[in-house]
Design a protein around this ligand. Sequence first.
Ligand code: GUN
Length: 283
Amino acid sequence: MAVLIDGKAISSEIKEELKQEVAELKAQGITPCLAVILVGDDSASAIYVRNKKRACEYIGIESRSYELPKETTEQELEKLVRELNEDETVDGILVQLPLPEQIDEEKITGMISPKKDVDGFLPESIGALCIGSEGFRSCTPAGVLELIKRSGYTIEGKECVVVGRSNHVGKPMALLLLEQNGTVTIVHSRTKNLSEITRRADILVVAVGNPKLIQADDVKEGAVVIDVGMNRDENGKLCGDVDFEHVKEKAEAITPVPGGVGPMTIAMLMNNCVEAARKKRRE
Ligand code: GUN
């Protein structure tokens, strides 16, 4: 039976560290500030935004909320992002996705200043990760890395397999593991013999959005399995991309869903906000 990697506990640990760091920054007259933009009334987005604002409050980061109606035009949103880019008191800008269909998501997120890209979604941020230079790392993959490291596992020289090649998770995840000197393979929907490759993994990260895609037969005995998926099963119960009940009998360590990767995304967003404020002070 695998060790359970407790994302809730590890994210709490990170939030405590950040709280301490923010207290020190405040003593020097610096209060990190995150601008959060929510357009429309998508209920899942509203919950995510609420949780992000709560985390800010807990850590001592100021959160400035911009809740706009679903009819908001692209021009109106562009104007707001431009103003927030210019605003010296704002350290990070988060535009909650998805945006309503009349708004070009790539155009809006692409306008955020790289200095304030706390989501780590900009081409500049991904490019910086690719060449190993300074820049914001995408929150979910950065959270996965922290889970692995803080659970005592090393990445250097390990066979790392990432299932999924999305711009926000799979691709940056592979780059982060590579930066840690892992031997990295990405598999995806067109991969032949997927199971043959996932079975080689010492570290297996799954991020596809396909309920219980990864079964016990797809996993090597003793692997560390990180499940980024968040789906509903046939009974409406939350489940990941990994068949947890069976894979846990084979893995050395595994993340549950919920309570694994999920809480880490917000913790790493908070980390990026604090980092943005710290960087500004160094300029
Ligand atoms: N929508 C779902 N997850 C995210 C996220 O991590 N960042 C943003 N900006 N939008 C999201």
